[in-house]
Design a protein around this ligand. Structure first.
Ligand SMILES: [Zn+2]
Length: 249
């Protein structure tokens, strides 16, 4: 039997400890939940009709990968940027400040929405010069930015296909990420199934930097960086109900 949305995600899948719930997005290096893939292909096709080359550049990411990103930033081995995109010296910050700085742009290992297979980052590949790596920067998605047309189109049409931007505005946690899309029918139940206890269980099995601060503040970090996101718009959920109703039994 095929899985039927985020309700079926195991505790391991929810926290990036399993990849059994994802598969390859055709023509891309991304792994996503099969339901998100079907909806994304429809979204991509509609975008193509509007002259946009919608491409997913980052999909499923496991706990080990998120841990490598986190620990690399903590140790000063990866760039650490402030809310305005300016470089920070990680090693000049004490542990609580370093943890807070990393969380502006990176999820706690075990708490990334990219673990669920429902969430991914997008660009309009047509606007990226050949040979240039895709970058995810807010100014590119602002009016007059290279991805402005894509951002405008997604704001009007993504919900029709079940997608929404969970990091649409600054809620005092994760910075706005206009490139990050979420497939509501999988992500909604996944978020509902997440808990402080489950996150603690996932973190107990790994060597995460900043463990003292994380351990002391986990309920607060969970509320601020996992729970405080945009709710799926009614249109995104209605779109999915319609597509399910029209699917042959
Ligand atoms: Zn993302």
């Amino acid at each position: 039997m095929a899985s039927s949305g985020g309700k079926s995600l195991s505790r391991e899948a929810l926290t990036g400890r399993s990849s059994a719930h994802v598969t390859a997005l055709p023509g891309s290096g991304c792994l996503l939940h099969p339901e998100a893939i079907a909806a994304f292909i429809a979204l991509q096709s509609a975008a193509r009709g509007a002259g946009l080359d919608l491409q997913a550049v980052s999909g499923f990411r496991d706990l080990a990968r998120q841990l490598a990103i986190w620990n690399g930033k903590f140790r000063g081995e990866r760039p650490l940027l402030d809310r305005h995109g300016q470089p920070l010296d990680a090693l000049a910050l004490d542990e609580p400040a370093r943890v807070a700085a990393i969380l502006v742009w990176s999820a706690l290992p075990g708490a990334s929405r990219h673990h669920w297979g429902s969430d991914f980052d997008v660009i309009d590949a047509a606007t990226v010069p050949a040979g240039e790596p895709a970058r995810l920067e807010a100014h590119d998605f602002a009016p007059a930015g290279r991805h402005a047309a894509l951002a405008d189109w997604l704001a009007r049409h993504a919900a029709d296909y079940g997608f929404f931007p969970p990091y649409d505005s600054d809620r005092g946690g994760t910075s706005p990420e206009p490139w990050h899309l979420s497939y509501a029918p999988v992500a909604g139940p996944a978020l509902a199934a997440m808990s402080v206890e489950l996150l603690a269980e996932a973190l107990a099995g790994v060597e995460v930097e900043g463990r003292t601060t994380i351990g002391q503040r986990l309920p607060d970090l969970f509320a601020r960086y996992v729970v405080a996101v945009a709710a799926p718009p009614a249109a995104a959920l209605a779109a999915v109900a319609l597509s399910r109703a029209s699917r042959p039994a």
